[in-house]
Design a protein around this ligand. Structure first.
Ligand SMILES: Nc1ncnc2c1ncn2[C@@H]1O[C@H](COP(=O)(O)OP(=O)(O)OP(=O)(O)O)[C@@H](O)[C@H]1O
Length: 216
């Protein structure tokens, strides 16, 4: 198997509705891959399948040679920006990250501080998460996704709620992560700063990968 991520005839039916429709893709390791498509076209569902957060109705997903839901429940090294991240309201950003880091023991306070600085949050900010603005929450979500230096980074609409500086910061982080050897998947709507980084990208329509976007 040559791809970092191999999706084979993946399908998901929820309450009789096809939300992923026969998706087949091979994504080599170390690239930046983009997914676009209108609301409800299936981008998040595809990312959830790759992340092990849903069970497919049929088909398979392999990540770094391990079959999701068979060999492992989740990809072994995954950073995820997908819907809400589940932070503790009463704790600071740094405390939130160090508590999450302690679950796996891969990262510690130094990595949490470095991740906060990379997303433009002050590591020693003493405000609790409940006092964070939408953009600050999104930045913290991105910091949580990168702090363990994952092999696979999945970013679902990472620029949500971000200002111009925040969008540039995300683009810089995506470039840096790729240079480190990380494979990066991004879903976004009309975000030129990110789209310029995609090596390949696809448009999703009604749960299937309709066509590859011509980047020439
Ligand atoms: N928990 C759920 N139960 C039933 N259907 C769902 C659920 N979550 C999503 N869907 C459906 O799956 C389809 C694909 O949704 P998905 O969230 O993957 O779209 P998307 O391309 O990420 O959209 P957006 O651009 O709005 O983020 C939609 O028809 C949606 O209604």
């Amino acid at each position: 198997m040559s791809g970092a991520i191999v999706v084979t005839h993946a399908a998901k039916v929820i309450h009789g509705r096809v939300v992923l429709d026969d998706v087949t893709l091979t994504l080599p390791r170390g690239g930046i891959y983009g997914f676009s498509g209108i609301n409800g076209s299936g981008k998040t569902m595809l990312f959830r399948a790759i992340s092990g957060l849903i069970h497919l109705t049929s088909g398979q997903v392999d990540v770094f040679g391990q079959r999701i839901g068979v060999d492992v429940d989740f990809p072994r090294s995954l950073g995820l920006v997908l819907e809400s991240a589940g932070f503790w309201d009463e704790s600071t950003g740094l405390r939130n990250l160090t508590m999450l880091a302690s679950i796996r023991g891969v990262a510690g306070e130094a990595e949490a501080r470095a991740a906060l600085a990379r997303v433009g949050l002050a590591p020693d900010d003493d405000r609790p998460f409940s006092a964070y603005s939408m953009g600050m929450r999104q930045r913290l979500t991105i910091a949580q996704a990168i702090m363990e230096a994952p092999e696979l980074l999945i970013l679902d609409e990472p620029t949500n709620a971000l200002d111009v500086d925040g969008i540039e910061t995300v683009a810089k982080i995506v470039r840096e992560e790729r240079e480190r050897g990380c494979t990066v998947l991004v879903a976004c709507h009309n975000e030129p700063a990110l789209e310029a980084l995609f090596e390949r990208s696809w448009r999703m329509v009604d749960g299937h990968v309709a066509k590859e976007v011509d980047r020439s």
